[in-house]
Design a protein around this ligand. Structure first.
Ligand SMILES: *[C@@H]1O[C@H](CO)[C@@H](O)[C@H](O)[C@H]1NC(C)=O
Ligand SMILES: *[C@@H]1O[C@H](CO)[C@@H](O)[C@H](O)[C@H]1NC(C)=O
Ligand SMILES: *[C@@H]1O[C@H](CO)[C@@H](O)[C@H](O)[C@H]1NC(C)=O
Ligand SMILES: *[C@@H]1O[C@H](CO)[C@@H](O)[C@H](O)[C@H]1NC(C)=O
Ligand SMILES: *[C@@H]1O[C@H](CO)[C@@H](O)[C@H](O)[C@H]1NC(C)=O
Ligand SMILES: *[C@@H]1O[C@H](CO)[C@@H](O)[C@H](O)[C@H]1NC(C)=O
Ligand SMILES: *[C@@H]1O[C@H](CO)[C@@H](O)[C@H](O)[C@H]1NC(C)=O
Ligand SMILES: *[C@@H]1O[C@H](CO)[C@@H](O)[C@H](O)[C@H]1NC(C)=O
Ligand SMILES: *[C@@H]1O[C@H](CO)[C@@H](O)[C@H](O)[C@H]1NC(C)=O
Ligand SMILES: *[C@@H]1O[C@H](CO)[C@@H](O)[C@H](O)[C@H]1NC(C)=O
Length: 854
């Protein structure tokens, strides 16, 4: 028996509890008939330890409306009835007498229901895991974990077939592949802007049965499936492994990105730990219809394509743009306005139906003449792709790092946006006269200052040679299409974290990894020994950056400040070819099909430099270190056009020293002081090709090669028909196409002929590798006659090596050998049209309709 006092205390406690019950029902089961309502007498159903609670919270869109949401201690919402459906202050969430959980608006309309009426539900409860369950005395009949809204918390299973939704965006896990997919939907339009599989080596081509995404307590987002032995890691939170009293979750945010977060108990803010789409502007529709996404610092901002548009909702730029004059109101009088460095986002299913291979001009004209086309994008990345946008919803991305040129159809006349910086006055038209006065005063002050500075400069610096003619005229270059971006030294310092992560050191300076504001990863090359003027440097940069090809590394921008000269290139994920050929690449050996594709790609890139671009360029330093590989192992030639950048006086000396370690790639004419032409690149390429086949440096000498240079030994083995002796031992036998190997070796030996005139042009090399052109057996690379005695009469016509020898073919030496035109014909029994022409023909066939001239 317990004392009476104790009993009275218990009674008091019970009374207290009874009073509190409707307000704080700690983990208790809510019986049929229980109701939650917003407003002053707001109550909550909480989990046993108060970790999660279900209650009405003010809607984010309107403070007078309420959402029934489960929130984590502190206030981070993880689920809501009807996925954010808002009710007024008279609304409620009630567990009806037949066991149906209903969200009811003040008017009495049922906005959402669990559809569990008549199934025997006896009570509702919020569990410690965060799930709201409806159950009878033994079984859970319904739980919110099976009906997620936009969030998945720890210990919640998100299986394929479920969707997370947020506005027009949907996240799902693909049933068969386990890919994470993000879709934008509106009416019947659907665009999949993200579709990514994780670790395919794991899943292989297996069809999964029911892949399930979970957020583990340690911060790993993983995928499990009956077909998988263990979970596949999808992502690591950046605070992975950290423990503490916190909740981790993944959420499809209103901006269309899928992110992982963590939130401490008691905190009402969640911290981002990972995001699926690294570049927010690539989320389709982020800026609404006709909106243009770009970056201001690191945050995405929305704008309109031109002054022919205005924001649909000035208070929310993300709502998109509308035309000031509709296209229907100007039939036959529309024009295509050019938008530089802009891309209209194109994802499946459009990507397969609306793409064409046409030039930039045709890309513009085809859209202008196509009745339903509203915009077009020429990718300008060397792929020759043009997308025509016929959808009634288009989404654009503008960034200096994008090579694409886009066109948008507008009623005549097209009025482009003012250049950045000049737009402030137009946005404040409202404040009228005062703005005018301010503008005049500021203008006066600024011009006064400028005058002062100019006077000072004139007084002190006019004799200094450092200040050449004003660079204003070169600023014009930047407005040309695809022009390189000028970065400040500080910007590059910041993006490379103070030149911390060194990727390598080439002949022209060290290369560092950097990340631009829009999260584009770049390689920043710090040029050394450049003593060229600003003007010359900018001209060369303009030439390099106007050279676009799939097999050339793209120059994004540059910095020229004081003594600093830097170039910003696109980042190549797989590094340079030498690592794959000579051993130390993390992935190990490179299979033959990839090698052959790299060989052909490299040849295409050099061909473009030699023959197809506007200002032709001799590379002068072709070697495996200068052949980079992107994430798909596409070959990209780097460092072209740089030979001309270094101080001409210094040049010959530098180049020779910089290649001293790899002298094996230098054509004999370098050492013999004879003119350097495109054929010198062909020689270097031949050596690289031999290395691609053999996995040996061409100048290696070993017992195996009879103490001869590998290239000499290889030719002897080839003569003997011993192809297997030359081929890389690391290549597994089965997947090697011997016909390709033989062709590659023959081409290589033709390329390394001592006589420049006997080497084929790069264009021919491509055709020979592709098998379009038949090949004859190559003669021994080193002719019996001495190189010096036989060539002086033939190639010496343009004189000795001049200081400006390299780089621009157009101005220095001819590409085609004038000496023995027959040799090439003899050697290559060319029958078909050139590859280039073939490509042109096929592209024209693909063009959707005849071009229209205006
Ligand atoms: C609630 O908290 C207590 C003490 O922290 C713990 O022992 C108990 O396991 C928790 N209950 C649940 C359901 O997590
Ligand atoms: C609920 O009622 C309020 C006021 O009557 C209204 O503004 C709101 O749109 C209604 N909610 C829904 C989802 O219909
Ligand atoms: C609870 O529901 C399950 C599934 O409908 C049913 O099999 C079970 O008999 C029910 N238990 C009780 C006590 O009603
Ligand atoms: C999630 O899946 C695991 C494994 O299938 C299971 O043990 C667990 O009970 C599930 N969790 C929930 C909340 O359904
Ligand atoms: C998820 O979305 C797809 C298509 O958007 C739809 O077919 C499917 O029924 C949805 N699944 C659920 C559980 O709502
Ligand atoms: C899954 O994603 C990979 C890229 O990660 C893609 O290549 C593949 O086509 C996707 N599979 C499906 C079925 O969409
Ligand atoms: C992918 O899965 C394979 C097979 O289990 C594993 O060896 C490899 O480390 C995984 N790679 C990554 C990046 O997780
Ligand atoms: C992939 O599929 C092919 C045929 O469908 C099969 O032969 C092969 O073994 C599969 N590979 C893997 C890794 O499952
Ligand atoms: C860009 O950011 C700066 C500083 O945060 C701000 O002052 C400026 O208004 C922003 N510009 C735009 C177009 O949002
Ligand atoms: C197009 O419209 C402009 C201005 O509205 C007008 O000057 C021009 O003549 C029109 N052109 C045609 C072909 O109608």
């Amino acid at each position: 028996m317990r004392p009476l006092g104790q009993k009275r205390g218990d009674l008091a406690l019970l009374c207290c509890l009874a009073l509190l019950l409707p307000l704080l029902s700690h983990g208790a089961d809510m019986p049929l008939g229980s109701t939650l309502s917003p407003g002053a007498n707001s109550a909550a159903w909480t989990s046993p330890n108060n970790t999660f609670s279900l209650s009405f919270t003010p809607s984010t869109t309107s403070p007078s409306l309420f959402v029934a949401a489960i929130t984590y201690a502190g206030g981070v919402p993880v689920w809501s009835a009807g996925n954010g459906a808002a009710v007024d202050s008279g609304g409620s969430l009630r567990l009806s007498s037949n066991g149906d959980l209903q969200l009811v608006n003040g008017s009495g309309a049922v906005l959402w229901s669990s559809n569990t009426g008549g199934q025997g539900v006896a009570a509702a409860a919020v569990q410690e895991s965060g799930s709201l369950v409806l159950k009878n005395s033994t079984t859970t009949l319904w739980q919110s974990f099976d009906h997620p809204t936009d969030t998945v918390v720890m210990s919640q299973n998100f299986t394929s077939g479920m969707n997370l939704t947020s506005g027009p965006y949907v996240f799902a896990v693909d049933t068969s592949s386990g890919n994470l997919t993000l879709r934008w939907t509106s009416g019947t339009n659907t665009v999949t802007y993200f579709n990514k599989g994780y670790n395919t080596s794991f899943t292989g081509n297996r069809t999964l049965s029911s892949p399930t995404l979970t957020m583990q307590t340690n911060g790993i987002v993983s995928l499990t499936d009956g077909q998988l032995a263990s979970p596949v890691v999808v992502a690591y939170s950046s605070n992975y492994g950290e423990s503490g009293d916190m909740m981790r979750f993944v959420r499809l945010d209103a901006d269309g990105n899928f992110r992982a977060y963590s939130a401490g108990r008691g905190s009402n803010t969640a911290t981002e730990q990972w995001s699926a789409v690294a570049d927010q502007c690539q989320v389709f529709g982020y800026c609404g219809n006709m909106g243009v996404c770009s970056y201001n610092g690191t945050s995405p901002v929305c704008g309109c394509p031109s002054l022919n548009f205005q924001f649909s909702n000035p208070s929310n730029p993300r709502d998109g743009c509308k035309r000031t004059v509709d296209l229907q109101n100007c039939p036959g009088n529309s024009t295509m306005l050019q938008l530089d460095n802009t891309q209209f986002l194109t994802y499946p299913p459009e990507i397969t139906t609306e793409q064409f291979f046409v030039g930039i001009t045709a890309c513009r004209l085809n859209c202008l003449s196509g009745g339903s086309c509203v915009a077009s994008t020429a990718l300008s990345d060397g792929s020759g792709l043009c997308f025509l946008k016929v959808s009634n919803f288009v989404s654009a991305y503008q960034s200096a790092a994008l090579p694409s040129t886009s066109f948008v159809k507008v009623c005549f006349p097209g009025t482009p946006n003012p250049p950045p910086g000049a737009s402030t006055s137009s946005s404040r038209r409202g404040s009228g006269v005062r703005a005018w006065v301010v503008a005049v005063v500021v203008l006066g002050a600024v011009s006064g200052l400028v005058l002062c500075e100019w006077a000072l400069w004139w007084f002190f610096c006019r004799h200094s040679p450092k200040y050449g003619p004003a660079s204003a005229q070169y600023a014009l270059l930047e407005y040309a299409s695809g022009a390189p971006v000028q970065f400040s030294y500080r910007e590059l310092q910041r993006s490379t974290k103070g030149f911390k992560e060194k990727l390598g050191a080439g002949g022209f300076g060290a290369v560092y990894r950097g990340v631009l504001a829009n999260r584009t990863v770049v390689a920043v090359k710090q040029l050394e020994g450049i003593e060229q003027g600003e003007k010359q440097f900018r001209m060369e940069v303009a030439t390099i950056s106007s050279t676009h090809h799939l097999n050339l590394v793209r120059l994004i921008g540059f910095c020229s400040e004081g003594r600093h000269r830097l170039l910003v290139y696109e980042f190549m994920k797989n590094g340079s070819l030498d690592a794959f050929l000579f051993g130390d690449a993390p992935g190990g050996k490179m299979p033959w099909p990839t090698r052959f594709a790299v060989a052909v790609g490299t040849a295409r890139g050099i061909t473009y430099l030699h023959e197809e671009c506007r200002d032709c360029i001799v590379h002068c330093d072709i070697k495996p270190e200068n052949i980079l590989l992107d994430e798909h192992f596409n070959a990209k030639v780097s460092d072209f056009g740089l030979a001309k950048l270094v101080n001409p006086k210094d040049h010959r000396h530098r180049t020779l020293t910089s290649v001293r370690g790899t002298r094996g790639y230098l054509a004999p004419e370098w050492l013999a002081n004879l003119p350097i032409t495109a054929k010198s690149d062909v020689y270097s390429y031949g050596m690289v090709l031999l290395e691609i086949v053999s996995g040996h440096r061409n100048f290696d000498i070993s017992e195996e090669t009879g103490r001869k240079k590998f290239s000499v030994w290889a030719y002897e083995e080839y003569e003997r028909g011993n192809l297997f002796g030359i081929i890389d031992k690391k290549l597994p036998g089965e997947d090697v196409d011997m016909a390709q190997v033989e062709r590659a070796l023959q081409v290589s030996f033709w390329c390394i002929q001592e006589q420049p005139a006997q080497r084929p042009s790069m264009g021919k090399v491509v055709q020979m590798l592709e098998g379009i052109m038949d090949l004859e057996r190559p003669p021994p690379p080193k002719s019996s006659d001495s190189f010096l005695s036989t060539t002086t009469g033939t190639t010496g016509s343009s004189g000795g090596v001049s200081t400006s020898m390299v780089s621009t073919i157009a101005s220095t030496a001819p590409i085609a050998p004038t000496t023995s035109p027959n040799l090439e014909q003899e050697m290559a029994l060319g029958r078909s049209t050139s590859a280039r022409n073939r490509e042109r023909v096929s592209r024209q066939l693909l063009s959707p309709q005849p071009y229209m001239t205006m």
